[in-house]
Design a protein around this ligand. Sequence first.
Ligand code: NAD
Ligand code: UGA
Length: 459
Amino acid sequence: MQVSVIGAGYVGLVTGACLASKGHVVTCVDLVHERIDTINRGYAPFHESGLDALIAEGLNTGKFKATSNLELAMQESQVSIIAVPTPVSEQGIDLTAVSAATLSMGQILRRKQGYHAVVVKSTVVPGTTDGMVRSILEESSGLSAGEFGLCMNPEFLREGSAVTDFLNPDRIVIGEWDNLSGELLINLYAWSDCPKVRTSLRNAEFIKYASNALLATLISFSNEIASLCEATPGADVDEVMEGLHLDHRLSPIVDGVRVRPEILTYLRAGAGFGGSCLPKDVKSLRLFAKHKQVDSQLLDAVFEVNERRFQQLVCLAEQVLGNLKGRIVTVLGLAFKPGTDDLRDSPAMRLIDHLLAKGAHVRVYDPLVCHKVDVLLAGQVKLCRDAEESVSGAEAVVIATAHPEFAGWDWQQLCATMDKPVVIDGRNALKGVSLPPSIDYRTIGRHYAVSNKSKCVPR
Ligand code: NAD
Ligand code: UGA
């Protein structure tokens, strides 16, 4: 099929390159010219494993290209997939980009011959596709829904494994205005034999929010248990969670072997969830509930537990060092999770803000992101290039993102470069690593005695 994808970000570019690899002819459209140039040179404008190779393959076979020319892309395609950002404001979901894209698309549909389907892949609150999107398209095209196709096809990929996730979906959800629109998407995804859920536009929108809300809820649940363990001498959240995971309803025994589903990773305590989606989608859903005059007590709590969570790392640093003013603290990991260079809503960035506000001298290291941070942190922190530069002479090291690289470092040797080695592991990233006996190693989810001089006061 001929496909255009509007928005060449994490979702749009991965969708476009993957669909091209499955034989479709795809044009990705974006407003940012620099982004298009980078893509057409064969590179993704961000780090995503396997994506550069797919883009290069698509450019070589002629099945993939990027452009800023929406008209051309739509004239050459039968289906247009919207993958533009849907941030959240104090009022609720911000649909500015979706409505701008939809308006331009409707104007082009007015001039276009033949049937064309519009697919919303951006995460939007229930009622958006058959409400705002449909009415803008109808008004600007002069057509009625049905004369053009309309679908809502949420995306479930994770950053860091986006290509693998897209190419191996666990489900494909097709919210459809009518049967014809839905059939078009069945053809688009004919290469996958995963379950395809055909449903209404609103149910598709809900499935996406419910999925992300569940992940966020599991994380906050684990983190609330961690907070309780932190207040209980002798308790260790890791052991508590391991015992919980063994419930056969969470990890069934199949043919005598314990199966550990991936969902269990969301039942591990840490420094809280971040990223471009879980925080914003929980916020959007809460504001959607408010708008509908429905109580969202659980989501409110999920959000609040998360807001407080990363402060535990600051507390642990204060417990060990006392006043942070003038103290040298190294933060390891800046991205919101391993395997990505995405800093959007990263708990590590918030941690750094808190440390700086308390007067600490902050050093940072992240294997994938350091080049971007120069601009973002505007000279307020020292950027380090490797393990030794990060750790040597630091008074405390705080691990904020569990990049696998950290577990491979020689901590015996690195700790020898610190006067009194202190490592605060916010992600349990050094579990199983051999650490020197001299180290003061602290992790979340355990109780540490608070001395009089070092009171832990969250900001
Ligand atoms: P992103 O910020 O990485 O990319 C969005 C792109 O859209 C940018 O390149 C931007 O320049 C472009 N854009 C904005 N307005 C445009 C317009 N009118 N015409 C053409 N291009 C335009 O965003 P993202 O992370 O890919 O997220 C996109 C949507 O997908 C959001 O709704 C998000 O919630 C959802 N989503 C994201 C992920 C993820 O892992 N990032 C996963 C599932 C769903
Ligand atoms: C998440 C979902 O997993 C995807 O299915 C969804 O498509 C996507 O949001 C989206 O809608 O954008 P992603 O944000 O890439 O994907 O990352 P996750 O791996 O889910 O992690 C999100 C955050 O939760 C990270 O900050 C991570 O460190 C944190 N996390 C995750 C925990 O704190 N604890 C855990 O046990 C698991």
